[in-house]
Design a protein around this ligand. Structure first.
Ligand code: AMP
Ligand code: ZN
Length: 112
């Protein structure tokens, strides 16, 4: 989607601080970190949210979780939280599927 912020970041059209990249996904540090470690992992192909995951595009979600496991190990991160907000009421501000990976501080439950 040409007007999608995260499609543009994945394509390198908007600069970001890369954490990891492969053919299917892109990981980069959040511009407004909510924890000492806070990066986002996105599929390169546009999927609007968790609510748009289908049997056809679900493999990239599984792949993203493999990447999260690998990248956190490489960063020396053992305890972390993965969050995906779906819809405005849940706090989604960018309509391209993304998984927040947060670490480096105590987390509260339930989230606000
Ligand atoms: P959400 O509010 O769950 O949709 O998450 C979107 C996240 O994208 C927020 O945490 C923002 O801080 C982050 N964000 C927005 N624009 C950028 C950008 N240009 N580079 C990195 N992170 C961004
Ligand atoms: Zn997009």
């Amino acid at each position: 989607m040409s007007e999608c912020l995260f499609c543009k970041i994945a394509a390198g059209e908007i600069p970001s601080k890369k954490v990891y990249e492969d053919d299917l996904c892109y990981a980069f540090y959040d511009i407004d970190p909510q924890a000492p470690v806070h990066f986002l992992v996105i599929p390169k192909a546009h999927i609007a949210s968790c609510g748009e995951v289908t049997v056809e595009n679900a493999p990239v979600v599984a792949h993203i979780f493999e990447v999260i496991s690998k990248v956190t190990k490489e960063l020396g991160v053992t305890d972390f939280r993965v969050v995906s907000n779906c819809g405005a009421q849940a706090g989604q501000s960018v309509p391209h599927l993304h998984f927040h990976v947060l670490s480096g501080r105590d987390m509260t439950w339930p989230p606000g």
